[in-house]
Design a protein around this ligand. Structure first.
Ligand code: ADP
Ligand code: MG
Length: 550
């Protein structure tokens, strides 16, 4: 029997943790580091390099060094985020056969799943070297807002890396588990997670034997990178305002400027002022390199960062409103993500909630620690049942109807696993087939939500409009993954169809990408059945509703 680890597969950094006899702990690499940059460098060798070493290559080999692949995983080529990322990375992005976004590097095409798989392999390697044991299972965390495609793609990454992913859990839920491990129960807590590229906030209830996510909200375009960009703009402006030569706007210069901005930001945590010299970053009119002396103090940083911090509070307002709570009703605040080490943010969060966030759990480690706790609960064979973890779906799931609007079947913040079904009828006379489009998102208008996929149910009995009936059933499992079936029940004949995930890889494609197992690996000790994997909840199908589908 091997060990079960928890992996925080982050956009900027990843962390692996294990539940030990004295509680959960983060596993360190050979250099004693807890954080591994989520960077993959496809250098000259056969094997890609991952982590610290890869991150160093970002500067001089940006075309073969991949950072932030999490922003691409499970995305379509046409997604707004994909197009945004395109302008920010040194490698190419192309469209895969399913419309998915793929990486284009030196004439080769790769999937984001493969790149994430390299990171997972690296994390498992660290765990195995640090414990001397084989990793048998993993609980992997994803942002609460991840849709079905992104969850599926993360799971596929685990399969490609030969990692047995026994559960995907939401990052804030994991953080709450780590908090709950130390705290007395019956508390209402907030998890405030500001990472490299995203902001997430969740309100949770820690009960005696369950942790319930009461509400989640987030902003996928707000994170540490935005603070770096704002500081970079400040450096550029102050240098030029002080009579310095322009700083070029090309990719390489921008990367260097952003890195300097990030360094300033980290330094500012230690003191009231920070400064850094960036050799030869600016260019004189004659084309000669010129040094840039960048500086930042707390007052300036406050001015630069406050608008972004305020944006996080708008999201907090939303989450609290959903939970029907005011900031003062919150018992504990858990900070997650490297950005929350920034003193200005810690202070502002304390002011917003009128209470200091807890400081005894490292915000970089808390998610992985919680995943490790969950891993041990899922695999533990003990007489005393471990607390059940109740998670919620963070986006509404529904079907597009004739008018172009969403008919929601499972609304946001419903505890999972769950199922719901509704009966729809045909919109035209003698209609023998319906197209069922499934959307995930909270907008009323269908086209403004993410379309998970569609399918056609045919063979409906002919008749006047409204005669043929179709029951659509949605099922969300405890990983937050969606399964949809439709049954034509007009004549008693039933037909079930599974939705094809349109931007994901097929099981065959995943198999093809699967890394060959190294000879050094010990043999697989067999699959274990994950415990506590319930197939459906006791949710009665909603009332039958008549609705037109085209
Ligand atoms: P992710 O969840 O996206 O992987 P992390 O939680 O690792 O991200 O957060 C990365 C962000 O945290 C980066 O923007 C980084 O600059 C920032 N960060 C890390 N340490 C500090 C620090 N001491 N002060 C300010 N920002 C920090
Ligand atoms: Mg994170």
């Amino acid at each position: 029997m091997g060990i079960t680890v928890g992996i925080d597969l982050g956009t900027s950094n990843s962390v692996v943790a294990l539940m030990g006899p004295d509680g959960p702990k983060v596993l360190l690499d050979g250099g004693g580091r807890n954080l591994q940059p989520s960077v993959v460098a496809l250098g000259s060798g056969d094997q890609p390099v991952v982590g610290q070493v890869a991150r160093q290559q970002l500067n001089y080999a940006p075309d073969t060094t991949i950072a932030s692949v999490k922003r691409l995983i499970g995305r379509r080529y046409n997604d707004e985020e994909t197009q945004r990322l395109r302008t920010q990375v040194g490698w190419g992005i192309s469209e895969g056969e399913n419309g998915d976004a793929r990486l284009r590097i030196r004439g080769n095409t790769y999937t984001a799943q493969e790149m994430s798989a390299h990171i997972l392999t690296h994390m498992v390697g660290i765990a195995e070297r640090s414990t001397g044991e084989k990793v048998e299972n993993a609980v992997i965390t994803v942002p609460a807002y991840f849709n079905d495609h992104q969850r599926q793609a993360t799971r596929d990454a685990a399969t490609i890396a030969n990692v047995n992913c026994i559960r995907i859990i939401n990052e804030p839920t994991a953080a709450a588990m780590a908090y709950g491990y130390h705290e007395q129960k019956n508390q209402r807590i907030v998890v405030y997670d500001l990472g490299g590229g995203t902001f997430d906030v969740s309100v949770l209830h820690l009960g005696d034997d369950l942790i319930e996510v009461v509400a989640t909200a987030g902003d996928t375009f707000l994170g540490g990178d935005d603070f770096d960009a704002a500081i970079a703009t400040h450096i550029r402006k102050s240098h030029e305002a002080a009579g310095g030569s322009p700083i070029p706007t090309g990719h390489d210069s921008t990367v260097r400027l952003m890195q300097a901005a990030e360094k300033l930001k980290h330094q500012l945590g230690e003191g009231l002022e920070a400064s850094i010299k960036i050799p030869g970053l600016a260019r004189t009119a004659e084309g000669k390199p010129e040094d840039v002396d960048a500086g930042l103090n707390r007052v300036m940083a406050h001015k630069i960062c406050m608008p972004m911090i305020q944006r996080t509070f708008v999201v907090c307002d939303d989450a609290l409103a959903q939970a029907g709570l005011s900031p003062a009703q919150i018992d504990g605040i858990v900070l997650v993500g490297g950005m929350t080490r920034f003193p200005i943010i810690k202070e502002a969060v304390g002011q917003y909630f009128g209470e200091e966030p807890i400081d005894y759990i490292n915000p970089d480690e808390v998610v992985a620690l919680g995943a490790a706790i969950q891993g041990s609960r899922l695999t533990e064979v003990s007489e005393e049942p471990a607390p059940v973890l109740l998670d919620v779906t963070s986006q509404t799931l529904g079907v597009a109807t004739v008018g172009g609007f969403i008919e929601p079947l499972i609304t946001r913040n419903t505890p999972i696993p769950t199922m719901a079904s509704k009966v729809f009828h045909t919109a035209k006379d003698n209609q023998t087939q319906v197209k069922i489009r499934i959307h995930q998102g909270d907008e009323r208008e269908a086209r403004r939500n993410y379309m998970l996929g569609d399918f056609i149910l045919d063979g409906l009995p002919e008749g006047p409009r409204g005669h043929a009936r179709v029951r659509v059933t949605f099922n969300i499992d405890s990983n937050g993954m969606v399964n949809v079936t439709a049954t034509s029940s007009g004549t008693g004949a039933t037909k079930e169809i599974r939705v094809e995930a349109t931007s994901s890889l097929t099981p065959d494609q995943v198999e093809e990408l699967r890394f060959s197992k190294e000879a050094s690996e010990t043999e697989n000790s067999g699959d274990i059945e994950p415990a506590a994997e319930s197939s459906s909840a006791e949710v009665s199908p909603s009332e039958a509703l008549e609705w037109d589908l085209d």
